[in-house]
Design a binder for this molecule. Structure first.
Ligand SMILES: Cc1cc2nc3c(=O)[nH]c(=O)nc-3n(C[C@H](O)[C@H](O)[C@H](O)COP(=O)(O)OP(=O)(O)OC[C@H]3O[C@@H](n4cnc5c(N)ncnc54)[C@H](O)[C@@H]3O)c2cc1C
Length: 203
């Protein structure tokens, strides 16, 4: 059999824009990447660009060249094209890593905030199943894989509302730290996700 286009292309080293995340298949992963990083990738016009950029993979940020397939190669960016910052993102776009993350954290923290003070065995089992499924099912693959590692080190505490809220807050803080964001005060999870601020501005 002859050499396929894919085989030819994988011998090329290509550059990706900063922030673009590769999925498990080695291709740029849309739901793993923020829209502001994805959009410049889609605007790329030069398939054989070659420069050094920082790209994040499932194993974290790397500063290197990557071998990618023809689809990815066709998306490769010329280093001369600067990243497009703060592009307006149409409301009907599929979620990017940030929108999906905000929605998921909202769901998880709110569910924990309304979880029983003392979960019965059925509630605890369901909650454990819900959380345990995330490392397998969460669409952002590198997020899911990090979460799975964190959950191995710190299994979910599904005994009741307070413990679960704290456990989630700590897992969320692990992501915050990894992304260079400030840690959230885990004493304020009820205020943020159930009761609202003391000034009554959300009442
Ligand atoms: C399981 C999971 C793993 C993720 N992994 C990655 C990843 O590896 N890489 C990546 O780029 N993105 C990841 N994300 C997305 C990321 O966490 C953010 O959701 C995204 O960057 C948007 O951030 P944000 O600043 O808008 O607020 P978010 O971090 O989404 O937080 C939403 C709101 O929650 C509140 N909050 C913040 N921290 C806490 C906390 N510790 N406890 C309680 N409330 C809090 C704040 O009020 C904040 O405004 C992950 C999301 C999830 C659900």
């Amino acid at each position: 059999m002859g050499t396929t286009n894919n085989e030819e292309s994988t011998s090329q080293t290509q550059k990706l824009p900063p922030g673009v995340v590769l999925g498990p298949d080695g291709k740029p992963c849309k739901v793993c990447t923020a829209f502001r990083h994805w959009k410049p990738l889609k605007n790329m016009t030069t398939p054989k660009a070659a420069a050094t950029t920082t790209t994040t993979t499932t194993k974290g940020p790397v500063n290197s060249q990557h071998t990618i397939d023809p689809i990815s190669a066709s998306l490769a960016i010329a280093s001369a094209i600067p990243p497009i910052i703060d592009l307006p993102r149409p409301d009907n776009c599929p979620p990017d890593v940030e929108q999906l993350g905000r929605a998921t954290w909202s769901f998880l923290h709110t569910t924990a905030a309304y979880y029983p003070e003392r979960a019965d065995p059925t509630q605890a089992r369901h909650m454990y199943s819900l959380l345990s499924a995330l490392p397998t099912l969460y669409p952002c693959s590198h997020c899911a894989s990090h979460l799975g590692e964190c959950m191995k080190r710190n299994p979910p505490d599904v005994s009741g509302r307070a413990a679960l809220s704290r456990w989630l807050c700590e897992r969320h803080n692990e992501v915050n730290v990894r992304l260079g964001k400030p840690s959230f005060d885990c004493n304020k999870t009820d205020e943020r996700w159930k009761d609202g601020p003391l000034d009554g501005s959300c009442d």
